[in-house]
Design a protein. Structure first.
Length: 246
């Protein structure tokens, strides 16, 4: 067959026909059903009864999962959602959840990995004028460059919320956590950007630092904990010495 340009919306239907019709010698031959030339590959699939239900989409993802990476499968899933006239997208996700989120599960955890897959799917769906809600999938609040994350943002959010609940009365009165976060995210030029937290040993300074780190990382931002000595650095999540950082 000659090489021709086929739109994304037609590639799946072309592939379905290639797998089911034998002895074809041209693209028009592929689109000819019982002597009638169909206008599109999709129409030819409908005439052959290949688009009854979602089984062909399940088969497509299963076949791709044998040799493709999860990142490619998510692109494939979005194209199917955008052009495939899927009857039950949530069921399609549920049945192929493992292969679609395998890399994120390996990087983060079995519980949070699928949320990162949802976040990437949401970004990909935007190119088709869609989002997770429009295809009846759960929405997630993760707007980020997923491949640059050093931490599990969902887990960091959970730790930050748990720590804030544990702040003692003096920590709440001083509102150190809230003041620093306000300075970071309000972007006002008159707000100080440098803070000194002082107090005797055992008053919870490290706990406040950890809460801040979790809170910033939970917002999908980068936060680096730097200490003057290696021993001090080990007290903080991801802590590094000033020498190693700078």
């Amino acid at each position: 067959m000659p090489v021709v340009s086929v739109q994304d919306s037609e590639r799946f239907y072309l592939r379905m026909l290639l797998l089911r019709k034998t002895g074809v010698i041209s693209f028009n031959d592929l689109k000819t059903i019982d002597g009638t030339l169909c206008e599109t590959f999709q129409e030819a699939c409908k005439v052959l009864g290949l688009l009854d239900g979602d089984q062909h989409w399940h088969d497509t993802l299963l076949e791709a999962a044998r040799m493709q990476m999860p990142s490619y499968l998510r692109i494939l899933f979005v194209i199917i959602c955008g052009f495939g006239e899927v009857e039950n997208i949530p069921d399609l996700w549920t049945q192929h959840k493992q292969s679609l989120s395998e890399d994120f599960v390996h990087r983060y955890s079995e519980e949070t990995g699928p949320f990162y897959a949802f976040a990437e799917l949401n970004e990909l769906l935007k190119s088709y004028g869609l989002n997770l809600g429009k295809v009846n999938l759960p929405s997630v609040d993760l707007q980020c460059d997923l491949f640059r994350l050093s931490y599990d943002a969902i887990e960091e959010q959970s730790k930050a919320n748990a720590n804030i609940e544990k702040l003692n009365s003096e920590q709440r009165l001083l509102s150190a956590v809230y003041k620093v976060l306000h300075a970071i995210y309000e972007y006002q030029t008159d707000i100080p950007k440098c803070f000194l937290l002082d107090g005797p040993a055992g008053t919870g300074k490290t706990f406040v630092y950890s809460t801040l780190l979790h809170a910033v990382r939970g917002k999908v931002d980068q936060a680096i904990a730097v200490a003057s000595t290696g021993i001090a650095a080990t007290l903080l999540s991801g802590g590094r010495t000033a020498h190693s950082i700078f």
